[in-house]
Design a protein around this ligand. Structure first.
Ligand code: 5GP
Length: 132
């Protein structure tokens, strides 16, 4: 059965898309740590990130780097924090979080933003991504 993230990448479940390529997809986390918190996934379904074969794994991180640059341009912040957890959704994903201080990466502190704000920030990230 397809994972929820495969359904998101296929457009079967709605998401706030930030970037897309042939093999990868980036979208806003629905329960973000900060505005612009983005998830980057391979379209290929692999549960554990370190089980992804090398070429696809390296491509995932190269894609995430580009998304992080776009995110930093779209959302004023000190850094883009990176995390891989994967305990909730069994489809490999990289968290990219705009941060200003260490405590902004606390996964016990999830937030929510109105739909219009989520749509606007995703559109800004995609605009920046398409410039790269
Ligand atoms: P993890 O697997 O890394 O522990 O956490 C999964 C992350 O995916 C969480 O931050 C959660 O908020 C996010 N998430 C779970 N389900 C959905 C969903 O259906 N849509 C989106 N956009 N994010 C989700």
């Amino acid at each position: 059965m397809a994972t929820i993230f495969s359904k998101i990448a296929a457009g079967e479940i709605p998401s706030y898309r930030c970037a897309e390529s042939e093999n990868y997809y980036a979208f806003l986390d629905i329960n973000p740590l900060a505005k612009g918190h983005t998830l980057v996934i391979p379209k290929q379904e692999v549960n554990y990130i370190f089980d992804i074969e090398d070429e696809n794994y390296q491509g995932l991180w190269a894609f995430a780097k580009k998304v992080a640059k776009a995110l930093k341009a779209a959302v004023p912040c000190e850094r883009i924090g990176v995390a891989v957890i994967g305990l909730e959704v069994p489809h490999a994903h990289i968290h990219l979080v705009p941060i200003n201080q260490e405590k902004d990466m606390d996964f016990r502190n999830k937030k929510s933003f109105p739909a219009e704000e989520m749509a606007a920030v995703a559109a800004r990230v995609e605009e920046e991504f398409n410039k790269l």
